[in-house]
Write a protein that binds this ligand. Sequence first.
Ligand SMILES: [Zn+2]
Length: 361
Amino acid sequence: MKKTFLAFSLLATAFNIYGQNIMDFEKYDPPSTLVVPEHKITRAKFPFIDVHNHQFGMATQNLKELAAEMAKLNMAVMVNLSGSNGSTLKQAVDNAKANAPKKFIVFANINFSGVGENGWTEKAVKQLEEDVKNGANGLKIFKTLGLSVKDNTGKRVTVDDVRLDPIWRKCGELKIPVLIHTADPKSFWDPLDEKNERWLELKTHAGRKRSDSDPAPFETLIQEQHNIFKKHPNTTFIAAHFGWFPNDLARLGKLLDERPNVVVEFGAVIAELGRQPKAAKAFFTKYQDRILFGKDSWVPEEYATYFRVLETEDEYFPYHKKYHAFWRMYGMGLPDDILKKVYYKNALRVVPNIDRTLFPD
Ligand SMILES: [Zn+2]
């Protein structure tokens, strides 16, 4: 019996290969035949604040043009996390003030070169204070901290390195939030095989593959991030990308329960929410005061997927990048009171100096 089955399997495999019954994973993408109501939304129901955006040339770019693109989406305010520091940051803030007042908020970045050198920490804190005086309203920490930042002896600077503590403390004193991206999706650490949900992304972006020694295990990096959340309860942290637990909302909920100084944003992870609309809606209901709207890359037409997952009860609709999600999306159908919190009320509370008059009650 067993032998017969084995022979049959081998024959079936051979037939599939030689009979051309196998096709490329990227090629197989059949249009859905499902007929259900569709609500393609190109404009958010309420004015919103995108707390996770990158405009790398803000010091010199045409912000009137950008603001006009934002208005089409009903994006009232954009938070540019790539503000840099020093004179570049000041120029970005001045450009925004002069050409698109109230439309942009700028976050500063730390220059991590030279960690460990005499006076590095004091200098970094002083720079941050100056940047805030010049109009920065938050600090963004890129994933390079933890992954690639090295100190002056060549050692990896951990996210919870004590030499950075005065920076987190200063943000609490200045009442500015720290939006922090640590690590990457857990799948980037997993074997690159047929069991990896991010197989296509790692195939098309080979540089994203990590391992336990390159530079450290996923859990180690996440723990380092959680350590600073715990050590600095007077500082507000915005954990980027749902803290890389958009696919484990129970674990994310536990973190939010333990750390009242932490909120989250869902940049680049809407596909995770769209595949679990019931659990995600329960999460958005329970943690409605802790979730901010974030998108990450500035591709205006991709916002439609975010609006559709948040606002509609549509079923089985496509996501815009197969390497993030080879599955389809479902809407959460959030009620207006929760939508308003996610679109703007929570950001108004967490990020200073956004003009409230741009938003309804
Ligand atoms: Zn980002």
